[in-house]
Design a protein around this ligand. Structure first.
Ligand code: SAM
Ligand code: SF4
Length: 352
């Protein structure tokens, strides 16, 4: 199979909108304030999850187009000091493939006010690196794990690495990156009978499990609604083995609806991005590894920060571009509307 061309769109926002209130924060027209920044450190990955990437991988971003460590540092400084970002999540692709990630994290942790720092990872190699990542400043970690069966893991990720992931999870817990969260995507005909075993495993090991509905963000455009395992279906599987009651903890901007398991305190979450969208509470803003701002996973447009950064824009100018980009954020994704178009960038190049 040949690699897939990403054909990335570009939108350069040059002037702030006249109707935007005079606020330093990342406001949009719908009253939301973005305080949670997702930073993709690379589009490369050492797995090939079928719902994310084709077997042959993708045309990776040319290195020269990726932000350098110093450029990422500059953008993060603006986000935290000028724009009110309080939470930074590093992701990818696979963020642990980024050389120097520990220093990027340490530099982020040195910002004032210090943001909360988290990472989403497939946990390959985490067994060796969890302690160093925690020392650098990672507070919490999300690990993707869709199956506990080695044959299925190999089919779903196209790599025989289940043991590495389980070891990585344990290392994260031992390094104090608690609560360790596990993200699971159920795929029809592959692992759609594993909701209960996954939850048992996470309860036994002290991990917080969240199921994520599969979204139309794969590079191969293979998503189809009829095949999607829905939140309702996942909950009905879980209810056959556990008593689920709504969690009393307020959800806020968190994407997961949470349930107490067998009266608590353990919980399970379901992120129903497709069947029960939570766009009205979204507090996210996103930076791709090649320096493009996105106001939403599903944005069809991006705002280039790399060009202005390399042309010598100062912090105030970068901040204004960012504010203008977020002011233009749409009300929500349109997966459930006729005419929905999948963004050109796949999840791995946006930063999930
Ligand atoms: N490589 C890291 C990992 O897998 O955790 C970080 C990047 S990955 C794109 C982030 C999250 O997106 C993972 O939990 C993954 O399961 C999820 N993901 C990827 N493609 C998805 C899709 N089409 N629908 C829903 N979730 C998806
Ligand atoms: Fe890699 Fe994460 Fe995508 Fe799987 S979901 S292919 S681990 S980026």
């Amino acid at each position: 199979m040949s690699a897939v061309d990403l054909g990335i769109p570009r939108l350069r926002v040059t002037a702030p909108s006249a109707d935007r209130p005079d606020s330093p924060l990342l406001l949009d027209r719908f009253g939301r304030v973005a305080t949670d920044l997702r930073v993709s450190l690379t589009d490369r990955c050492n797995l090939r999850c079928t719902y994310c990437m084709p077997a042959a991988g993708l045309d990776w971003m040319p290195r020269a187009e990726m932000l350098s460590d110093a450029e990422i540092g500059a953008v993060l400084r603006v986000a935290v000091r000028e724009l009110g970002v309080t939470s930074v999540r590093f992701t990818g692709g696979e963020p642990t493939l980024r050389k120097g990630i520990e220093q990027i994290i340490a530099d982020t942790a040195a910002l004032a006010p210090r943001p909360r720092i988290s990472m989403t990872t497939n946990a390959i190699g985490l067994a060796r690196r969890a302690a160093a990542l925690a020392d650098a400043g990672v507070d919490r970690i999300n690990v993707s794990l869709d199956t506990l069966r080695r044959d299925r893991f190999s089919e779903l990720t196209r790599r025989d690495r289940l043991e590495d992931v389980l070891a990585g999870l344990a290392a994260a817990r031992d390094a104090g990156l608690n609560p360790v969260k596990v993200n699971a995507v159920l795929v029809r005909g592959r692992n759609d009978d594993e909701a209960v075993p996954l939850l048992r495993y996470c309860l036994d090991n002290g991990y917080h499990l969240r199921f994520i509905e599969q979204m139309p963000l794969d590079a191969q455009h293979g998503w189809n609604r009829a095949d999607m395992v829905t939140a309702a279906e996942i909950l009905s599987q879980l209810r056959k083995a556990f008593d689920l009651t709504p969690s009393p903890t307020p959800r806020g901007a968190a994407p997961a609806e949470r349930w107490l398991v067998d009266g608590g305190p353990a919980e399970v979450g379901v992120i129903a991005s497709v069947t029960r969208p939570f766009c009205g509470d979204c507090d996210r803003t996103r930076l791709t590894a090649d320096g493009q701002l996105r106001s939403c996973l599903f944005s069809q447009t991006e705002t280039d920060l790399r060009g202005p950064l390399r042309a010598g824009a100062d912090d105030g100018e970068i901040a204004e571009l960012w504010r203008a980009a977020m002011w233009a954020k749409l009300a929500g994704h349109t997966i459930n509307e006729a005419g929905f178009a999948q963004p050109l960038r796949p999840m791995s190049a946006i930063g999930g």
